[in-house]
Design a protein around this ligand. Structure first.
Ligand SMILES: *Cc1c(COP(=O)(O)O)cnc(C)c1O
Length: 236
């Protein structure tokens, strides 16, 4: 027997409690199930428990899963989010198969995604990734550079700019988690109006979703707490 449905239920309960503690409506925060390194069978188990939005880090692995699930579950509409760093040579696959990209940190990548988005699909929904805690080799644009990038991205016809994404450095301390999350929220609020659909703050993972919800996240990305620990690292 799989434990994915139980773990998913436990994450939903954590989210509900976090919203309650923050005085927020439980439906104000979406749950992205991060299925990277897990196979289509794990995704199918989460689907059976009602989950529809999934996040993938590695492009080819994600595309393989998207196609496998479409074949095994025709008629179930899933939403696929690319949440890994994106090289320019992978943009076409992403533009053709994913619904969302959270990791826009360069205009060049955004332009290619916009140009390569097939005309029969709705615009690709995107977030700009911001790096608020300065990890040197971490992706994401500096907060000072976020407005110019967001403005340029908002003008691209194949994309719909929805908000910001961030990956704070892991910290065991809830107060410092929350301080970083609040900095991300401040950047998010400062950019309000840059796009007509500026409504998504993609923030919070298994270890810090409570802090993220307290700070105003609208979409948490949870892998480990739903699917279990990841044993293997897949090549990008
Ligand atoms: C892997 C990953 C997650 C999920 O992390 P967990 O700690 O397993 O919940 C969320 N966001 C991004 C960008 C990731 O790469």
């Amino acid at each position: 027997m799989t434990i994915i449905p139980q773990q998913l239920a436990a994450v939903r309960e954590r989210l509900r409690l976090a919203c309650e503690a923050a005085g927020r409506s439980p439906d104000s925060v979406g749950l992205l199930a991060v299925s990277k390194t897990f196979g289509p069978d794990a995704v199918a188990q989460a689907m059976a428990a009602g989950q529809r939005a999934f996040g993938e880090n590695y492009v080819q692995e994600g595309v393989d899963k998207i196609l496998a699930l479409r074949a095994s579950h025709p008629g179930v509409a899933l939403e696929w989010h690319c949440i890994g760093p994106l090289q320019t040579n992978k943009t076409r696959l992403v533009a053709e198969h994913f619904d969302w990209v959270h990791t826009i940190d360069r205009l060049k990548v955004a332009q290619r995604l916009s140009d390569q988005r097939p005309a029969h699909l709705p615009p690709l929904q995107v977030c700009v990734q911001v790096n608020v805690d300065g990890g040197a080799n971490k992706s994401g644009v500096a907060p000072a550079d976020a407005p110019a990038l967001a403005q340029a991205v908002a003008a691209l016809p194949g994309l719909c700019l929805r908000g910001l994404m961030a990956i704070p450095e892991p910290s065991p301390d809830v107060e410092s988690q929350q301080a970083v999350c609040e900095r991300v929220k401040a950047v998010f609020d400062g950019l309000k109006g840059v796009s007509p659909q500026w409504d998504t703050l993609s923030l919070g993972m298994s270890a810090d979703l409570e802090a993220a919800v307290a700070a105003g996240s609208t979409l948490v990305r949870v892998g480990t707490a739903i699917f279990g620990g990841r044993e293997r690292a897949t090549a990008a």
